[in-house]
Ligand binder design. Structure first.
Ligand code: ADP
Length: 592
């Protein structure tokens, strides 16, 4: 068993890190000595979703075409490869910058193209690219939105549906944000998969308030809970998001109420939102970082920004009706984390988008906005110890047939407790890691391999995931006390039978751990959500330090504070960004 993993590790590391695998089937159609090399050559690399194969056409040692012939990257992320290909052709070089937000895909693509060039034997000479003449673009729209994550897209679509002309400024090359990287599950009380009368907004309000340490703004929580179902139906019916036909039960919720988009990642939601926004004529300014909110007589009247690659281009957008901040949180800024809560400094990796650096909070503060709950930073308990990436494999924990143990083979927390409680408990265990044991029933029914094949391949390759026929074998791979693990599983299965978790009071005991082969994945907490941010009212209007509304300035999503208290419950972020994104979009559009 161990040997197999060593071989896999060597293979995948070779492809995914820096090296590349050669493809012997390259057949140059024509090679002309002095003029350089011509022909079509194949190369291989490895991205986030596994193997990437490309076919590169050279004419006299100039790249004229790059075709991706095989990949398993998500649709949104795969667009990064088209962008890189275009730049490589323009420059006649593989020496181009990676696309932020698609780093693994970019690296794998560059390796694949480099491999094809190596196969060809060509020496590429970079094209001279004409010096860029900086431009200063200035336009006027009804509504200007900063940030093309989930909240920004919900706001943009709603504003456009209400008749406004809308522009979105996004500092990365694509509409994605942390929303894309999330599982995009959405808490929606009373949803179509629940029994009639089984759930209510009131029950969600109570769960959110208790889960957030009873400090959240009750009016904001109430607005979220009362509008979450409507937002989910809007996503389903208007945006055409498709949902799985099973709900998930997240920690801290008293009932199973969270909808799961097909594929169980943010891709389905973000792709469909972007398609809709484009259909409605929303204008996107990518690669453009908003730097300040333009104010006149106490009113927000626009946004100014600059090209992110330092080419000197500037952008000024005037907003007739309103500016909406939808810039996400600050999970990826170690500096801001240290400023507001030093406990979450450098020692933590982050699950968030590289774009989550708190820019909107800084811009809002500069125009007088009040900030609330800034010290509350949430870690996601189950992340890749190497990259900090959120582990989708962990979905199994929420469905059942799965437990969390420590190196000593013992459970130490309810697997359905809140994220803060679970994270703190993990950090107290040996090596500050935990081990998630998943049986084959969960593995198959949760579609772990089908939905998250790239992650599974990567985690196997990095020796962070094992599959074994017996519990003992799986335990030994990680040096877990195997006898203790077997006893723990027997005890847990008896709790499933009796319906009572005598040790940790886990609420939902759905499914014994009994079907081989068994999987164990190692995990540790990483920063996931920043609960604090700009204060808003229930109309998504930004509030200043004196408690007054800042005219024409709205905010929605993770950039805001006060909604989740000390700790956000799983699947409440999507409800939050959709509900308040739509409110901000509608109000800004109507704000003539
Ligand atoms: P939310 O879940 O609240 O929608 P996301 O993280 O999904 O938050 O999206 C926030 C988006 O805002 C990201 O795409 C991020 O790159 C973008 N963003 C952050 N700061 C700026 C800025 N200064 N200018 C333009 N876009 C920004």
């Amino acid at each position: 068993m161990k040997k197999l993993f060593q071989v896999m590790l060597a293979l995948v590391l070779a492809a995914s890190m820096t090296a590349c695998t050669s493809t012997p089937s390259n057949t140059p159609s024509e090679t002309t000595g002095d003029q350089g090399i011509s022909g079509t050559f194949e190369g291989t690399g490895s991205g986030k979703g596994g193997e990437i194969k490309v076919s590169v056409t050279l004419e006299n040692s100039k790249i004229t075409a790059i075709e991706v012939t095989k990949h398993n990257e998500s649709d949104i992320i795969s667009e990064a490869m088209d962008m890189l290909a275009e730049e490589m052709i323009t420059k006649n070089s593989t020496n181009v910058d990676s696309i932020s937000g698609a780093t693994l895909t970019s690296a794998g693509f560059k390796v694949a193209v480099g491999d094809a060039i190596d196969q060809s034997g060509a020496t590429l000479v970079e094209n001279e690219v004409a010096a860029h003449q900086p431009t200063a673009v200035e336009e006027t729209y009804d509504v200007v939105i900063i940030g093309a994550g989930g909240a920004g897209m919900a706001a943009a679509i709603t504003a456009a549906e209400n008749g406004a002309s809308v522009a979105v400024v996004e500092k990365l090359k694509m509409a994605a944000g942390s929303t894309l990287l999330s599982g995009a599950e959405m808490a929606a009380p009373g949803n179509w998969l629940q029994e009639e009368g089984e759930d209510s907004p009131e029950q969600l309000i109570e769960d959110m308030l208790v889960g957030g340490g009873n400090i959240a703004d009750v009016d904001l929580v109430t607005t979220l809970a009362n509008n979450a179902l409507d937002a989910a139906e809007w996503l389903r019916d208007d945006i055409q998001v498709e949902w799985e036909d099973e709900l998930m039960h997240f920690g801290g919720h008293s009932i199973t109420r969270s909808l799961v988009p097909v594929g169980a990642t943010g891709e389905e939601v973000m792709m469909k939102l972007r398609t809709k926004a484009e259909e409605l004529g929303v204008v996107f300014y990518y690669d453009t970082k908003a730097e300040s909110i333009l104010m006149e007589e106490g009113k927000a009247v626009g946004v100014s920004g600059a090209n992110t690659e330092g080419n000197g281009d500037t952008l000024t957008l005037h907003a007739n009706n309103g500016v909406i901040l939808a810039t996400g949180g600050f999970g990826s800024s170690v500096e801001m984390r240290e400023k507001y809560n030093p406990a979450y400094g450098e020692g933590y990796k982050s699950t968030d988008s590289v774009g989550s650096t708190g820019d909107g909070i800084v811009m809002a503060e500069a125009v007088g906005a009040n900030l609330v709950d800034m010290e509350y930073i949430q870690t996601y308990p189950y992340c890749d110890p190497i990259s900090g990436g959120l582990l989708y494999i962990d979905d199994a924990r929420l469905y059942g047939h799965s437990i969390i143990v420590n190196k000593e083979g013992k459970r130490f927390v309810s697997e359905l407790d809140t994220r803060d409680v679970m994270s703190n408990a993990i950090l107290e265990q040996t090596g500050q890691v935990c081990y998630e044991l998943i049986d084959s029933t969960a593995w198959a029914s949760d579609k772990i391999e089908e939905n998250h094949g790239g992650e599974v391949e990567y985690m196997f390759a990095m020796n962070q995931l094992v599959k074994a026929d017996t519990l003992q074998e799986a335990a030994e791979f990680f040096g877990i006390d195997a006898a203790a693990l077997e006893e723990t599983v027997n005890n847990y299965n008896s709790y499933v039978e009796s319906g009572v978790d005598e040790e940790f009071g886990r609420g939902s005991l759905n499914g014994k751990i009994e079907t081989a082969p068994y999987y164990i994945v190692v995990a540790t907490p990483a920063v996931h959500h920043t609960m604090g941010g700009v204060q808003i009212n229930t109309e998504a209007q930004v509030i200043d330090t004196e408690g007054n509304v800042i005219d024409n300035l709205y905010a929605a999503g993770e950039v805001t504070g006060g909604i989740h208290g000390t700790n956000r419950l799983g699947s409440c972020a999507i409800a939050d960004i959709m509900v308040f994104g739509r409110i901000a979009g509608a109000n800004a559009a109507a704000n003539k």
